[in-house]
Design a protein around this ligand. Structure first.
Ligand SMILES: [Zn+2]
Length: 405
C-alpha cells in the first residue's frame, strides 16, 4: 500500500492530552491506507521509509484536523441586514420578535429546494475544510415543519456521502417555535416534534443526535425534557443548547439526561459547573457567538477545565449569531476571553470535539491507528495558531490521507 511521509515538521501536536508530552519536535508522521501508521524522529522514519512519498512541510506544525462539534451550516441566505440592526444596539431577542432571527431563516429555507440547499451548503463546507476542519456536526432546525426538517437532514446526508468532510447529523426541530405555534399552541408543537418529526427522522436514520434550544423565551426545561426523552426512545442521543444568554439549569438537565454535550454555557450557574465536573457530558463552548453578539460574559472555560469537565470548542457556524467557520479564531477567543492556554484550546477543538460527538475511532488525535485527518500549519510553534488571529495559517489539509485543501 502507498505510504506518505509528512516530514520537515517543527512540531507534531498529537492532542492526546493538553500537556507538552503531546508536542513532539522534529518528528515525522507516516500515513498508510488513510491511517496513521507511525510517528517518530524524522531522521529515523526517513531512513526506514525511503519508498514513501514525501510531503515536505517546510518547518510547519502538524495537528489533527478540527472536529467542529456544533454548526448550523445548512441555511439559505446570510442575514447581514440583522447585523446592521444589532450593531446599532437592537437586541437579538428584539430582532426575533420583529420577525428576524431564526424565523427569518425558516421562511427563507422553506422556499428553497433540496438541490439548492445542497449547493449552498457544499460551498460552506469547502470553507470549513480550508480553515482546517475535517469532521463537523451539522444541525437541522431552520425547517420547524416535518417536510422541511427532513429536507435539511437529507442535505446533510447527501453531503456526508459526497465528502470530503465527515458530517454528523443532529435533529434540531426544537430550535424555536414556529410563528403559528407561539402562545397557547406551544404544546401542539412539542407534540408534533415528539409524535411525528422524531419518529420520521428515526425511521430514515437521518440523525445521530437530538438537540433542543433551551432558553427562557424558547424551550422551557419541561418541554426540553419531553423532546429529548422522545428522541432517546427513538435512539437519538441528547444534546442541548444550554444556558446561553440566561441560566435555566440547562447544564444540570444535560447531565441528568446523560447528554453527549451541553453547548454554549455563557450563563451557566455554579451548580451547572459542578454538574459538568467529571461528567460524561462534554461542555461545548462557542465563544464566537458571544463575541459576535457583543456579550461581555463568556462561558467559564478555565473553571470548567479546573473542575475536571471535558471541554470542546466549536464555531456554532450559523447565519444569525456566528457567521464564521474559522476554528482558529475560536481558539484565540478561548485563550483571550476564557483563560485556556493555546494547547488546551487546540485539544478542545480536536479531541474535545470528538468526545462531544462520541466518535470512537481516534479522530481528533494523531496517533498510530487513527484516521489521517491532518492539518499542516505555516507556523513554527503551535501557539501561533491561536496567537496570530485573523490570518489564514493553514498550509494544507488531509482527510484520511488525501489532500483536500
Ligand atoms: Zn447552535
Amino acid at each position: 500500500m502507498d505510504a506518505t511521509l509528512f516530514t520537515q515538521l517543527a512540531q507534531v501536536v498529537t492532542c492526546e492530552a493538553a500537556s507538552e508530552d503531546a508536542v513532539h519536535a522534529g518528528h515525522a508522521v507516516l500515513v498508510r491506507g488513510g491511517t496513521i501508521a507511525e510517528i517518530g524522529p524524522a531522521a529515523e522514519l526517513e531512513a526506514k521509509h525511503t519508498a514513501a512519498q514525501q510531503v515536505r512541510c517546510g518547518g510547519g506544525v502538524l495537528t489533527p484536523g478540527f472536529v467542529d462539534s456544533h454548526t448550523h451550516a445548512v441555511f439559505g441566505r446570510w442575514r447581514a441586514d440583522e447585523y446592521a440592526l444589532r450593531s446599532r444596539g437592537v437586541s437579538y431577542m428584539e430582532i426575533a420578535r420583529q420577525g428576524g432571527g431564526i424565523n427569518a431563516s425558516v421562511q427563507d429555507l422553506k422556499a428553497r429546494s433540496e438541490d439548492e440547499l445542497t449547493e449552498l451548503t457544499r460551498q460552506r463546507l469547502r470553507q470549513m475544510v480550508r480553515h482546517g476542519t475535517t469532521t463537523a456536526e451539522v444541525k437541522s432546525g431552520y425547517g420547524l415543519a416535518t417536510a422541511d426538517e427532513l429536507k435539511m437532514l437529507r442535505v446533510i446526508r447527501r453531503l456526508a456521502q459526497e465528502g470530503p468532510l465527515d458530517l454528523v447529523p443532529t435533529f434540531l426541530g426544537a430550535h424555536e417555535f414556529p410563528a403559528e405555534y407561539r402562545g397557547e399552541r406551544r404544546g401542539d408543537y412539542v407534540q408534533l416534534l415528539t409524535q411525528e418529526m422524531i419518529p420520521a427522522v428515526a425511521a430514515e436514520q437521518l440523525a445521530v443526535f437530538c438537540d433542543v434550544f433551551m432558553e427562557p423565551g424558547v424551550f422551557s426545561p419541561l418541554e426540553t425534557r419531553r423532546v429529548l426523552e422522545a428522541g432517546l426512545d427513538h435512539g437519538l442521543i441528547p444534546k442541548l443548547h444550554a444556558d446561553e444568554l440566561e441560566n435555566s439549569g440547562g447544564a444540570e438537565l444535560a447531565v441528568e439526561l446523560r447528554a453527549a454535550s451541553a453547548d454554549h454555557l455563557g450563563a451557566i450557574s455554579d451548580a451547572g459547573v459542578r454538574a459538568l465536573a467529571h461528567a460524561d457530558t462534554v461542555a461545548t463552548l462557542l465563544p464566537a457567538t458571544l463575541f459576535f453578539l457583543g456579550r461581555k460574559q463568556y462561558a467559564p472555560g478555565r473553571r470548567l477545565l479546573d473542575m475536571g469537565a471535558t471541554v470542546a470548542l466549536a464555531t456554532d457556524f450559523n447565519p444569525g449569531s456566528a457567521p464564521s467557520p474559522n476554528m482558529a479564531l475560536v481558539l484565540t477567543m478561548a485563550c483571550s476571553q476564557m483563560g485556556l492556554d493555546p494547547l488546551e484550546a487546540i485539544v478542545a477543538a480536536t479531541a474535545g470535539g470528538a468526545r462531544a460527538l462520541r466518535l470512537t475511532d481516534g479522530r481528533g488525535t494523531v496517533r498510530v491507528g487513527t484516521p489521517a485527518d491532518l492539518v499542516v500549519w505555516g507556523v513554527a510553534d503551535y501557539r501561533e495558531i491561536a496567537y496570530r488571529f485573523g490570518t489564514s495559517l493553514v498550509r494544507g489539509v488531509w482527510k484520511r490521507g488525501e489532500r483536500v485543501a
